[in-house]
Ligand binder design. Structure first.
Ligand SMILES: [Ca+2]
Ligand SMILES: [Ca+2]
Length: 186
């Protein structure tokens, strides 16, 4: 006669104990999963001085060539005199800057376009220089031969159709990045 083996399985009590243990373990597991998910989606600010400089240069290039610009090409008599380059009357903050040379007065502590400090760049400082450089001709299209890029004269700069813009990033007083361009009055 075939012997009937007793079926093995869990008793009701064993199942209840398993459910209780699983119930106790779930909240910490869920919390851990949420934490992992949050950390995986946290955006870490990209700290690179070249990015800071290029973004600022693009902002500057988006402004008027000169405070007195109302459209068209400015005559020499209408251009801001070299000694008056910088932020103009009433332009006390970056959000009020409306021409390129206003940025000479930029706050050296790196900030975004709205004037909020950028904590990831707290060890860096920003300076902007804007200078007239000597023009060599007026022929269009503009080419590097139309101006003397290196003719920066900070003591007696002549008015010209070209403004050189330097954005310099320093860290511990050491220059770590500089980007320069020339904007023309055309
Ligand atoms: Ca201005
Ligand atoms: Ca200005």
């Amino acid at each position: 006669m075939k012997k009937v083996r007793p079926q093995k399985g869990f008793t009701l009590m064993e199942l209840l104990i398993m459910i209780i243990i699983a119930g106790m373990a779930m909240p910490p597991l869920v919390a851990l999963l949420i934490l992992i998910n949050q950390e995986s989606t946290t955006i870490i600010p990209y700290v690179e001085p070249s990015v800071l400089a290029i973004q600022l240069m693009e902002e500057i290039k988006g402004k008027k060539w000169d405070e007195n610009w109302i459209g068209g090409k400015l005559e020499d008599a209408d251009k801001t005199s070299p000694g008056s380059l910088g932020a103009d009357s009433g332009e006390s903050t970056r959000t009020l800057y409306d021409d390129m040379d206003d940025y000479i007065n930029i706050n050296p502590i790196p900030q975004d376009i709205h004037g909020n400090n950028l904590p990831q760049y707290q060890d860096y400082r920003v300076t902007v220089g804007v200078y007239y450089v000597r023009g060599l001709g007026t022929t269009l299209p503009l080419n590097p031969g139309s101006f003397d890029f290196s003719s920066v004269d900070t003591t007696n700069p002549p008015v010209s159709n070209y403004k050189r813009i330097d954005v310099t990033i320093t860290k511990n007083s050491q220059v770590v990045y500089r980007v320069s361009t020339v904007a023309c009055n055309y």
